[in-house]
Design a protein around this ligand. Structure first.
Ligand SMILES: [Zn+2]
Length: 290
């Protein structure tokens, strides 16, 4: 009898065992939830209000990473400043580089702006190219598929479930893509200044003109001299856009000088007004269309 109960408990714990997934950023977590539903547990390292380049590493992150089956990252060196020590100190063999439990999403899209050479004078340039590829809505299906594939590999029992959830997600996404394609194409030739090269994938895809960045170089905060030079070349820009975690002053000052409007654009899920990935592009479109 005792053996029977043990067996029963064991089989129960197996059927209820969830795939334990961690992601570096909230938007990756959203894809994991969309595909994984109630068959996964999720831990997200970065807060949506944190600068994605400078997430603060904490002992609590290490403790969580110790027990996950899969860690999904943005890659393209975006997490270089905080993730390698977290992975190492987690002592979790499953998520070490080269293992199936570490999934780098940057390898599933074509990165733009890959520098021919990288030197310190170029600022905080990422050698693989611009890492902010998630802000092109056409990339999202590729990333969702990659996540589903890896979850299927690690958890074959629930592969059918993941596959049908992915199909449902892709159907809803492709409907919205038509809407976004139409909406953003109305913004073709709109001129914008952005704080950092965060929205290049989106703007370049839809022909929105980037007339300058507030940062003189990636990762270098705006200087008075750079803003003065920018004010000469950025005339005609309708918006100066920045992310929630930036200082709003340089954007507002430049906007005043060139007669533009300074607006915050969401960059991830969890910032104001953005509850999921669909909202992310809806809100960007809405704010740029005002
Ligand atoms: Zn960046």
């Amino acid at each position: 009898m005792k053996r029977l109960i043990t067996l029963l408990l064991l089989s129960l714990s197996i059927s209820f065992a969830q795939l334990r997934v961690a992601t570096t950023y909230p938007w990756i977590g959203e894809l994991v939830k969309d595909v994984g539903g109630d068959k996964i547990s999720l831990y997200v390292i970065a807060k949506p209000t944190e600068d994605f380049h400078f997430v603060v590493p904490k002992p609590s992150h290490i403790a969580k990473l110790r027990n996950v089956d899969l860690l999904i990252i943005n890659g393209a060196s975006l997490e270089i400043g905080f993730l390698p020590p977290l992975i190492q100190q987690s002592n979790n063999p499953k998520i070490q580089p080269g293992r199936k439990g570490l999934l780098d999403l940057s390898s599933f899209v074509d990165l733009i702006e890959k520098p021919a050479v990288v030197s310190r004078e170029m600022g905080d340039v990422h050698p693989e190219g611009n890492p902010h590829y998630h802000l092109n809505p056409h990339h999202i299906p590729l990333l969702a598929k990659a996540i589903k594939e890896r979850m299927c590999e690690l958890d074959q029992t629930n592969c059918g479930y993941y596959t049908s959830r992915l199909e449902d997600f892709l159907k809803r996404w492709s409907q919205k893509l038509k809407e976004w394609d139409e909406g953003f194409s109305n913004l073709k030739d709109l001129k914008v200044v952005q704080y950092h090269k965060t929205y290049n994938y989106l703007f370049k895809h839809y022909g929105i003109q980037i007339v300058g960045t507030l940062e003189p170089l990636p990762g270098i905060p705006p200087t008075a001299r750079h803003l003065e030079e920018l004010s000469k070349v950025a005339k005609g820009a309708k918006f100066v856009v920045y992310e929630v975690f930036r200082d709003s002053k340089p954007a507002n000052n430049l906007a005043k000088v060139i007669g533009a409007r300074a607006i915050v654009l969401p960059h991830d899920v969890g910032v104001e007004g953005v509850k999921n990935l669909f909202d992310l592009f809806d809100v960007i479109l809405e704010r740029l269309s005002q």
